[in-house]
Structures are given as structure tokens and as C-alpha cells.
Design a protein around this ligand. Sequence first.
Ligand code: HGY
Ligand code: MN
Ligand code: MN
Length: 597
Amino acid sequence: MPLTLEDLNRSSPEQLLAGPAGLSGLYEHSDWIVMAALEKRPFASVHAFKMALVQVLDLCSEAQKLALINAHPELTGKAQIDPSLTPDSQNEQQKAGLAYCSAEEYAALTHLNQSYRARFGFGFILAVRGPRGLGLTRTEIIQTLERRLSNPRDFELAEAIRNIHRIAEIRLNEKMNSSPLIGEMIWDWHEDLAQYSEHEASTPPVLTVTYLSKAHRQCASHLEELMKESGFDEVSQDAVGNVIGVYRALSNASNGAKTLLMGSHYDTVRNAGKYDGRLGIFCGIAAVKTLREQHLRLGFNIEVVAFAEEEGQRFPATFLASSALTGQFKPEWLEQKDAQGVTLQEAMRQAGLDPSQIPSIERDPKQYLGFLEVHIEQGPVLNALNAPLGLVTSINGSKRFVGSIKGMASHSGTTPMKNRKDAACAAAELALYMEARAAKDLDSVATMGIFEVPNGSINVVPGRVNLSLDMRAPNNAQRDALCIEVLKEAERICERRGVQLELKENLSVSAAPSSEALKSHWQAAIQTLGLKVIELPSGAGHDAMKIHDILPQAMLFVRGQNAGISHNPLESTTTDDMQLAYEALILTLHSLNQAQH
Ligand code: HGY
Ligand code: MN
Ligand code: MN
């Protein structure tokens, strides 16, 4: 009989540990962790029990953590040859295909394991069943081990504990015979959408979907189909390529059927992760799919928007798609050119879009209740706290500049150091100043993401550098003070070095505090799930910060794996966390619905 929440709250600890569905072995040879967590019952949910397990380990000494880590078997290639493996470990490692390594793989694993233990003084721990729960490939395991070898020791100690919690989560799911089915569906939707990329045949696969590329158009059609299959009443694409699904309200809706807007973006940065933006679209679609299957209609329409452009990769106009919804699309953007000289207007026409229809995209705020966005955190906070969900307090405001520094290209062998007009050194000096100046604020960030010497040569002093500045802060005053000082220092550096600076501001977006009212609905949902409410600012920009200009908005963050890395193929989250985000959204919709009556 699978374990239930009822059992967790009522059975004696001894009963809970005993038997095949018992909790003994949830943490390898360390039942004391379960016993300590059970002292915190009753639990409002299984997630609350998992949080209690996390808290037990949070309060442990390093010695206790090391003992737990070293109670785990080495990730050996021949799982069945090591009798100390517990049935669970044996099962997990076989599922991950570790039992049948090639001689090279086995040698690599053994060598890396030894190097890892020698470097850190404890064994390498990895939840080999992975974020989808079906098992990582041997290649993924070996690559992860190689990558983590270069981490600092304290990070690896924490990462080992995070993986142990993930192993326990998967084991607990099996003991409760409960799989995160919607989370798995959403995970698989990401995989399906990631088939479309501008690097079709590359190995390893690289995901790049920039605005109105062939892959981008394929994504739009794919999302349209998915929305139709999921039961939306109307599905359409607008003049900038947003894919919009509407799920209508109850016919006799009291509030004249206002609309709740949800969604996020489906374009990506270059060599991107699979979840940035897309998770928010898929959670919205999954929520409507569930309402449709339950034959439920709410007191408001639901409009899920898959925004076509948020990343500003192909054209400088960033947040182009959400700007169209807020009536802030600038006609002069149509003249912007991409790296191949194609104007935005031409790209739209080639994609079958009609720029003359863009003004009609603008939404009337009076028709809307607000905007909800689910998004991966894209940062380390929730991952470090072992917390699956977070509530966004405010989205940092940002300003971006693109431009160049022009010096004088000259012979690297004959040009004396004091006579140079080295554009790269000027840019480097500015980058280091900007880094130090942002760090002074503690919660500002500044990045020179583009720093390139066009047609550079090994024996030529760089005559030109193309560069970008991205500066952000929790409020506009702090953001602007940072920008002013950086731009002044840029002038001083170029003056002193005798080089010319050309910079153009290409984005200025205000800090966007979350709507307290909408936040309160997210908060109630998180509490209903039995999770701790963790509030945090968003360092990343989101469509919500543009929609903020006309509607109240609030975001839910979902924990990222691999220290929350993002804008990188290592970006990851788990099916269990996706499930929780979906459940929080459903609860929030019902909470908003009750508030309408
Ligand atoms: O840059 C950002 O913060 C977002 O990912 N576009
Ligand atoms: Mn992004
Ligand atoms: Mn994003």
C-alpha cells in the first residue's frame, strides 16, 4: 500500500520506517533524518514534509553532512558488483544506465570519482535519476562530474546535500506512488518545443530561437497547435507574432467578464536553456487544460500570451512583443536592422506579419484584472535555500547601451605602448570600473556582455571595439546613479586614451514592484501547498515589467538546478518543481476567482 499524507501525520515513526513502502532508506543509511523531521508533524502536505527534511539537514553540522554523504555508494560503473549498494541505489544507478558502462566510460568515471574525492575529501553525489526522473545518460553523469570538479568545496558540499534531497524526493514519490504527472507533461512540452532551433543539426544540441527566424515561426505554430489541443476557446497570432489563447469566463460572469493575462516569452538568447520564458507559457496552458478537463469556467476570461520577443537578440528593440500589448511599440523600431542588414519591417513581412496592424494589439487596461508570470528564477537564491518556489517582490530596472570605442589600429610590434590608441584596453578599463562601481551598491549589477574586436588580428593593436553596457538596480534612482557615473568614467577613460566613444541607449525599463493584491494570491497558494513563502527581487528582466506599465502584475519564481544558472544550456528545473508551479498557479486562479465574487 502506498504511503499517504495521513500515514505521515498519524502512524508511529517506527511504523513509518518499516516495510517496503516504509521511509527507511529515504536518506541512505540515515533514518535519523526522517525521525527528526517527523517531530515537526502534522504536515499540511507532502511538500511540507520535504521542507521539514531540508530543515533537519540545514541545522546539521558539517561532520553530520559528511557522514551522510559518505554513506552513499560511489557512482561506480558496475552497480551490481558493489554489495554495499542498497536496493534503492542499485535500482537508481541501473535506471541511469550506469550498470553497463563502456570500458572508457568506466575508466573515466573511476578516475573522476577518485579525483573528486581527493579534491574534496568526500564522495561525488548526483541524483542520477535526474530532473525528469527517468535517469541521466552516462555522458551527462560524466560531464556533470567533470564540471563539478572545478567548484569550490563549500559549494560542492551544499550541492551534494541538494542532490541527496533530490534522491529522497524521487524515492518518496515512489513510496507514495505519486508522480508529478503535470510537471512531467510540462517538462515534455519543453523538450518538444526545443526541437526548433537555429542550430538544427548541431551536436551537442544548441537552442537558439531569435525573433522571426524559421525556428521562431515553427515555435509559434507549435504553440498555436498546443493551445488548440489544450482546450482554449480562441487561439490566434497577432501582428508581432505573439501567440494568444483565450479561455472564456462563465457566460454569466458578474464582472462583465474581465480578463486575467498570463504568459511569458518563447524567444531565447543564443545557446540558451530550454526553460527561460517557456515555463511561464506552459504553466498557463496546463492550467487552462485542467480547467477545460474539469469543465470549469471562472468569473473572468483567461488570456495566455506567448510573447514573441523579449530577449532583444536579433534586433535592438527588447521587450518588443510586450511593448506592443502596452501600446509602447515604437514605429522607428521597424527600421532597425539585424546583423545581416534585414530591417525589422522586412523580417515581419517575410514572416507574413502586417506591421500596420501593430497598433491594434494594444490592450485596454480597464478590461483586465492584471498579469501573472511564472518564470525560472535564473539565479542561485531558491536553489541555495532548497526552496522550490519564490515570490517576486520587484523586478530590477535596467538601462542598456550599445556602441563602440574607436582608437587607431597599428602594428603591435612597432607601436610604442605610450603612443597607442588601443580601443580594447579602453573598453577593458571601462568594464573593470563598471564592475567595481556596481559591486559597491551590493544589489546593483553591471555587465559588458558584448566586447568584440571586429576583424581583429594577433599582431594589430585593436582600433575598434564593439561593446554593450547592461546596468540594473532594484530602483530607478540607484540604476540612474550607476549609469551616470559609468558614462562619466567612460568619457574620462576615452579622453585620457585619445579614443572616441559612441554609445546609444537601447533600453530603459523601470523597476517594477509587484502588485501586493496579486502577490497575496500567489502567497496564499504557496502556503496552501505547505511551502515556506520566500520573497526575492528579480535581477532578470521579464515581460511582466513592461506589462507593469498598464496592469498590476506579480511573478512566481521556480527554483533552477545547477545553482540557478540561466542563459546557458545548463539551465534546468525538475518535474516536481514544475508540478508545484502549476499547482500554485491553479490555486492562485481559484483564489482570484473567489475574490471576484
Ligand atoms: O536580460 C534579461 O534580464 C532577460 O532575460 N531578457
Ligand atoms: Mn532571458
Ligand atoms: Mn525570460
